[in-house]
Design a protein around this ligand. Structure first.
Ligand code: GLA
Length: 387
């Protein structure tokens, strides 16, 4: 891959002298959805698919970007000065946002750079191609310019850039899972204080299968921000009657005790999801630690139901993927993953049932939705690396 990236880099930017090659993974969340901006727990893992980048410093203050995934856009250029989001800048708003966020933290680039990217995460799939680009960019900046930042800082800077440069009010999960990824482990992260623990994912004879709905997220980002606001409104109501900093602090019992303080039935359902999902995540990790994969799967299924009924972020496509998966013998658990509104589902499937799963769910999806879903059997990989 390194050679391929350097060859393309030379074709695009003249030569590859002084260029270095890097990789940052994508991520999938196993359970704990829409809890990360509610002070709850999440349980994601990094994947072995992700984004490759070849980069080198320039002598001037120009930034030049090229993506092998969007060749039709050609080389996209800008100045290092006065960086601001621009719809015409397309995907380059992600690396630019990170360069801007470094600058906000007092780490201004002394010169520009050339950056070539290639991603093998299905675009728009919900496996966090954007967070992968953000963490990759931060990792490159640290290496090329010698900035003193930890991997956890790279996650926080990535999130900051997404929130303040790209206008999506996302939580910390994606960038954290990518920057801190560890092969064969998922990350049990408490988003209230960023304490975390690596938990081995031993699935015995089962695999993680991603089903990509091929429905583009479209309005997803604005709906995402809307869900976040609904949770904040619910929290504000609860704070009038009990002393809490986030929904993640509530047990189910305590939530039920105070829930009548939330007058709006929609806010109530959103908050109920945040509370029950957090509890499911805690229980799921316990189940995995005692090798009870069956219970883990049941909690994944319950997570989908809550995201469908209380949080309302699934839609026909993701519901079809999960509900058809539940019918297949050998499926241990299946749920939508990521923000929702399109994107993909994650399933744990017995090895000997994977082929049947892909055929059966694929056929049912095509018949009900009218276009095909794509399937990927994935492995859990490490965080960013220099190749
Ligand atoms: C997106 C966001 C994350 C998280 C998930 C939902 O992936 O980027 O921060 O909120 O949605 O769990």
């Amino acid at each position: 891959m390194k050679e391929k990236m350097l060859r393309r880099f030379a074709e695009i930017f003249g030569d590859s002298q002084g260029a270095e090659v890097y990789f940052a993974p994508g991520r999938v969340n196993l359970i704990g959805e829409h809890t990360d901006y509610n002070g709850g727990h999440v349980f994601p893992c990094a994947l072995t698919v992700g984004t490759y980048g070849a980069a080198r410093k320039r002598a001037d203050g120009r930034l030049r970007f090229y993506s092998m995934n969007f060749e039709q856009l050609g080389v996209m250029e800008s100045s290092l000065e006065g960086l601001r989001p621009d719809p015409k800048a397309d995907w380059t708003n992600y690396p630019k946002g990170v360069i801007w966020a470094f600058e906000e933290r007092g780490m201004k680039l002394p010169c520009g750079m050339d950056l070539l990217l290639y991603g093998n995460i299905p675009n728009g799939s919900g496996l966090s191609s954007s967070a992968s680009v953000e963490v990759l960019t931060g990792f490159i900046l640290r290496d090329l310019f010698g900035f003193d930042v930890s991997n956890q800082d790279l996650a926080l800077i990535g999130q900051y850039s997404e929130n303040h440069f790209n206008g999506v009010n996302c939580g910390i999960m994606d960038q954290f899972a990518i920057a801190m990824g560890k092969k064969e482990h998922a990350i049990f992260l408490d988003t209230a204080d960023l304490s975390y623990q690596y938990v081995p994912v031993k699935l015995e004879k089962a695999r993680i299968v991603i089903a990509c709905s091929n429905k583009r997220r479209g309005l997803g980002d604005s709906k995402y921000n809307e869900r976040r606001r609904e949770c904040e409104s619910a929290l504000a109501c609860l704070q009038k009657v009990t002393d809490i900093a986030s929904l993640g602090e509530l047990t189910l019992e305590r939530f039920e005790q105070y829930s009548s303080a939330i007058p709006d039935p929609v806010w109530l359902r959103r908050a109920r999801h945040a509370v029950t999902e957090n509890r499911r995540t805690l229980e799921a990790v316990e189940a995995l630690e005692r090798d009870d994969v069956k219970r883990f799967g049941e909690l994944m299924n319950a997570s989908h139901v809550s995201l469908r009924d209380d949080y309302e972020v699934t839609g026909r496509e993701l519901d079809t993927l999960a509900e058809e998966a539940w019918k297949v013998e050998g499926v241990i658990g299946s749920r939508m993953t990521g923000a929702g509104f399109g994107g993909c589902s994650v399933s744990i499937v017995r090895e000997d049932a994977v082929a049947v799963f892909i055929r059966q769910v694929g056929e049912a999806y095509l018949e009900k939705i009218g276009y095909a879903a794509d399937f990927y059997v994935v492995d859990i990989g490490d965080g960013p690396v220099k190749l």
